[in-house]
Design a protein around this ligand. Structure first.
Ligand SMILES: Nc1ncnc2c1ncn2[C@@H]1O[C@H](COP(=O)(O)OP(=O)(O)OP(=O)(O)O)[C@@H](O)[C@H]1O
Ligand SMILES: [Mg+2]
Length: 402
């Protein structure tokens, strides 16, 4: 069936979509190439590469790694989550792309999830709760990414993302809250997370930081705008791509992200866990996105007796170890260490709310966070003299992970 790929109100391309599988078969006509989803390249004939546009489309669907996916597919009697995309016109709460069936004269203002009600049926099914009768599939949960269970809800007209954790400690939602507190104390642009409970499970709550006027573009698509030359590092390459695109303040934003990730020992800052925001109409870059998704950190999957704050810890995306990645920070002058005083006590209060966190685990985690702050303070003092990354990069064989 024919659809128009829309970017808010702009008709970008005419597509043929096979609805049974949700696959894009071909681009019939391209009207506005500059409005294509960021990173989709054109063939010499001036059409979007079918593979690239399908990858983009498939990436919009709930990923195969999502917790509880098998049960979800059974509940909905479907084989793949891509089948759900046309049911909600591919609409998302993270950008302004959608597909308009050629036989329906729909307008963005009447269908977008930023301004219109949406169903919670899909979100509830993702949490294992089926509604009675036929499900209403008009939901932004069909286009949400990431492996943790999550659902969008509306409260006081705000769009909120509720996200779970993983057992046995279910620490991720609590970590989102302490990471927000750290960034609030340090004045870092971030998506603020709070805590709620659903059936005795902790969930983080985070307001949509995308508006009807903006798109979130993942760092992966920015990285892929050019091939990394062998003689420069991952970090230098990413920063060069940001500079080439004209993304303002990228270096300063990365300094802050890397410092926070060092403090919380973030294990999963892959290239889809940060990105940039652009104006969906003018296509102007506004800057890197506020920092989000910090839950996979602070030894969330580690036994308390194995937690060693001073030991080397694995990191992403630029270097494989936090001790090395932190050396990429170009300026520590903004780090207000006195503002972090008592952050371990704040973490303790957050952890205390959860029956899944035993006293010993809580004590060890708070001690470990205090240690990380002290380590960063020492490092900042000793590295302040280093203003640029060393030229000789011995991590060239380091492969980024998604
Ligand atoms: N507050 C928000 N506003 C807009 N989009 C968001 C927001 N939070 C998350 N997203 C989008 O949803 C995606 C999934 O969210 P998130 O990264 O928090 O989930 P996750 O399950 O923790 O992911 P991962 O698999 O990386 O652990 C993000 O990559 C981003 O595209
Ligand atoms: Mg994520």
């Amino acid at each position: 069936m024919e659809y128009t790929l829309m970017h808010k109100n702009v008709a970008v391309a005419e597509l043929e979509i096979f609805e049974d599988t949700g696959t894009i078969l071909k681009t019939i006509e391209l009207m506005r190439p500059e409005h294509l989803p960021f990173g989709i390249r054109l063939t010499p004939q001036g059409k979007p590469e079918t593979r690239a546009i399908n990858d983009w489309w498939a990436d919009r669907a709930i990923p195969s790694t999502r917790q509880g996916l098998r049960d979800f597919l059974e509940l909905l009697h479907i084989f793949s989550t891509a089948e759900l995309l046309p049911k909600c016109y591919g609409l998302s709460l993270s950008d302004q792309y959608w597909v308009r069936p050629s036989n329906k004269p729909l307008e963005w203002k009447d269908v977008n999830f930023f301004e219109n009600e949406f169903s919670e049926d899909v979100g509830n099914a993702l949490f294992g709760r089926a509604a009675d009768g036929e499900l209403d599939l008009m939901s932004p949960d069909n286009t949400s990414d990431g492996w943790l269970k999550k659902k969008w809800v509306v409260a006081d007209r705000k769009r909120l993302l509720l996200k779970g954790g993983s057992g046995p400690a279910y620490q991720e939602p609590l970590n989102e809250v302490i990471a927000s507190a750290i960034m609030r104390r340090l004045g870092i642009a971030h998506a603020p997370y709070t805590l709620t409970w659903d059936n005795d499970q902790p969930l983080s709550v985070c307001e949509d930081f995308i508006t009807p006027q903006t798109d979130l573009v993942s760092a992966w698509h920015i990285r892929e705008t050019g091939k990394k030359p062998g003689h420069i590092s991952e970090y230098q390459h990413f920063l060069a791509r940001c500079d080439a695109l004209g993304i303002p303040g990228a270096r300063e934003s990365l300094d802050r992200m890397l410092a926070v990730d060092y403090l919380i020992v973030n294990a999963d800052r892959h290239y889809n866990n940060f990105g940039a925001v652009r104006d969906a109409e003018t296509l102007e870059w506004l800057g890197l996105a506020p920092i989000f998704d910090c839950g996979t950190s602070l030894w969330y999957d580690q036994y308390p007796h194995m937690i060693r704050p001073r030991a080397e810890q694995k990191s992403k995306p630029f270097r494989g170890k936090h001790g090395e990645q932190i050396e990429l920070v170009t300026d520590f002058g903004w780090l207000d260490f006195p503002a972090l005083r008592g952050v371990d006590e704040e973490y303790s209060e957050i952890l205390r709310q959860s029956p899944y966190i035993e006293d010993n685990r809580r004590d060890v985690l708070c001690y470990a966070l205090r240690e990380r702050v002290a380590m960063l303070e020492r490092l900042a003092l000793s590295l302040t003299a280093i203003v640029s990354e060393p030229e000789n990069d011995d991590e060239d064989d380091w492969e980024p992970e998604l």
